[in-house]
Design a protein. Structure first.
Ligand SMILES: [Ca+2]
Ligand SMILES: [Ca+2]
Length: 220
């Protein structure tokens, strides 16, 4: 890359152009950037920017590990059909996650164990309903609780996800303020965000719940 400086006039009859030649550091070894980064030549230096799907400082760029969070809980089922209770989980990491054998519990007992071969792709959600009869038709990322119920209290209760080693991956304890409205779920705010608090779904978006979908109703 060459940078042309403005012509400078030294006398009435003589002018001179200065030309600075800038080395393209990106031309060799990706400029020292990570091979998962884009090197951009700039005057006197270069910039390293991790490619989409990678995180880091540009010199080191890695795929973020898989990470599962509880994103949405509907404890207070619409009407009185407890099959409509659900727990939505999201893999907010950058790698696929095998959740075969992982469990979902309330404060009392294990209510669901994921079947063998259950893999959650990066950025995707799976929703566990209390019963199959309440799974909306066409919702492909939904399963029914393996014990036949989630048994989530409408007052206060907790939801815990554990891996196959029995180690808690995520857990949330709620009180009635998040479960007293019929058919209104509690949801991370902002949606699908690690460490975000829970709020009533109809304060996160215009919807009362969004089983298996983003809070705004679009697909994960
Ligand atoms: Ca309930
Ligand atoms: Ca949702």
């Amino acid at each position: 890359m060459q940078t042309l400086l403005p012509s400078q006039t030294f006398s009435a009859s003589v002018s001179k152009e200065y030309v600075i030649v800038d080395a393209d550091e990106c031309g060799f070894n990706n400029g020292g950037c990570s091979m998962n980064a884009t090197c951009t030549n700039i005057p006197g230096s270069r910039m390293c920017t991790c490619n989409p799907g990678y995180t880091g400082d540009g010199l080191t760029c890695e795929v973020p590990p898989a990470r599962l969070i509880i994103n949405e809980i509907l404890a207070n089922e619409p009407g009185s059909a407890t099959s409509g209770e659900f727990v939505e989980l999201v893999n907010v990491g950058g790698s696929a996650l095998d959740i075969s054998g992982w469990t979902v519990s309330d404060a009392t007992a294990v209510r669901h164990t994921f079947a063998a071969g259950t893999v959650l792709a990066p950025g995707k959600a799976v929703v566990v309903f209390g019963g199959a009869s309440s799974i909306p038709s066409g919702l492909s990322n939904a399963v029914a609780a393996s014990t036949g119920t989630l048994n989530l209290a409408n007052t206060s209760d907790s939801v815990t996800v554990k891996d196959t080693a029995g180690i808690s991956v995520d857990s949330f304890s709620y009180t009635s303020s998040l479960a007293s409205a019929d058919g209104v779920s509690m949801n991370r705010n902002p949606d699908a965000t690690v460490g975000a608090g829970f709020a009533l779904h109809n304060t996160v978006s215009t919807l009362t719940a969004s089983a298996g979908k983003r809070a705004n109703g679009t697909a994960f």
